[in-house]
Design a binder for this molecule. Structure first.
Ligand code: SF4
Ligand code: MG
Length: 332
């Protein structure tokens, strides 16, 4: 498998009046060519900040990549110039957001937006760009593409707009597509169609996808691997099978119990009680201690170290560390 993106020990902070928020605290992961990695967690866990860091779109100030490395095919994205970074955005790595209207120009027809994007990207002739725009609209499943090119974005339905966004994001043939909550604003049927579309496009183009979501249900059908984030850290990472069928972190288990699953009809949905810790002064031990039913004495004193459970599965939890038992730490 070819690694195309490596994120290593990433720390991102935000200066606020109340002090410094440590939004991302040592995140490490790889992305392979042609795979979908889902980053899952509650709002505020640092998943969007992580993806914005990859695009170098953290508003700075107040935000800052405090330390760590982000490498796209060995190119150091943290330290290249803004000029170089502009060529990476869109061309190598592209991003789509929850609300397509924020990224679409309401005053230009759909055709014009696509065609101008293509011409800017590779200097195609107008005719060539038009042909490619049509191909893109067909690729993302917009019917009557020829006619729809003359429409304005507001004339599209929510689901069609999201397809359009995907077409725009893919028009420069990026190697990585980052989708931040791409289906959250859509109803369930359309959501499923958009997720299918991701899979289809990936098959055709071999694009790697980072899918950011708060909803584990969404990733069940599309993710190859899943990273679960909590309080600025990845607390568990594994293949889709490992996360869905052998989750080890109590937080992952909690997330799984809080989403409806077709294979668990009749199963009770249990919300995770409590709220995440304050990231002005994050806990020194496991950040999940205050909400964890299995917390031991050691948990809030010492941060659990990463335990490898397989080549693909790792977890940060004292329950997986034999030293916790040896120390005879008592269950609360
Ligand atoms: Fe719960 Fe302790 Fe594991 Fe944290 S380290 S998730 S508090 S058992
Ligand atoms: Mg977000």
């Amino acid at each position: 498998m070819e690694k195309i993106l490596e994120v290593e020990d990433l720390h991102v902070t935000f200066k606020t009046y109340g002090g410094e928020v440590k939004a991302v605290r040592g995140v490490t992961f790889d992305l392979n060519k042609g795979e979908t990695l889902a980053i899952v967690g509650e709002s505020g866990c640092g998943k969007s900040v992580t993806s914005q860091s990859i695009m170098r779109l953290i508003p700075s100030p107040p935000g800052k990549i405090a330390s760590g490395a982000i490498r796209f095919k060995n190119k150091d994205l943290v330290n290249i110039s803004e000029k170089e970074m502009r060529t990476v955005r869109g061309k190598d790595i592209s991003m789509i957001f929850q609300d397509p209207m924020t990224a679409l120009n309401p005053t230009l027809t759909v055709g014009k937006q696509l065609i101008e994007g293509i011409i800017q990207h590779d200097g195609s002739t107008k005719e060539k760009a038009r042909k490619r725009a049509l191909d893109m609209l067909n690729l993302v499943g917009i019917p009557d593409a020829d006619m729809r090119m003359k429409n304005y974005p507001h004339e599209f339905s929510g689901g069609m707009r999201q397809r359009l966004m995907i077409a725009i994001a893919l028009v420069c043939e990026p190697e990585i597509l980052i989708a931040d909550e791409p289906t959250t604003a859509l109803d369930v049927t359309i959501q499923a169609q958009i997720l299918d579309l991701f899979k289809e496009i990936q098959k055709k183009t071999d694009v790697s996808i980072i899918l950011i979501t708060h909803d584990l249900g969404v990733v069940a059908q599309v993710a190859d691997r899943i990273a679960v984030m909590y309080a600025g850290k990845i607390v568990e990472e594994g293949t889709r099978r490992e996360i869905f069928y052998q989750p080890q972190h109590p937080y992952t288990k909690g997330l799984l119990q809080s989403v409806p699953r077709l294979d668990l009809i009749g199963g009770e949905l249990v919300p995770i009680l409590g709220s995440p810790p304050d990231l002005f002064s994050p806990p020194i031990g496991c950040p999940f201690t205050a909400r964890c039913d299995f917390a031991m004495e050691v948990c809030d004193k010492i941060i659990p170290r990463e335990k490898k459970l397989s080549n693909t599965h790792k977890v940060d939890c004292w329950l997986q560390d034999e030293r916790a038992q040896k120390l005879k730490m008592m269950v609360k």
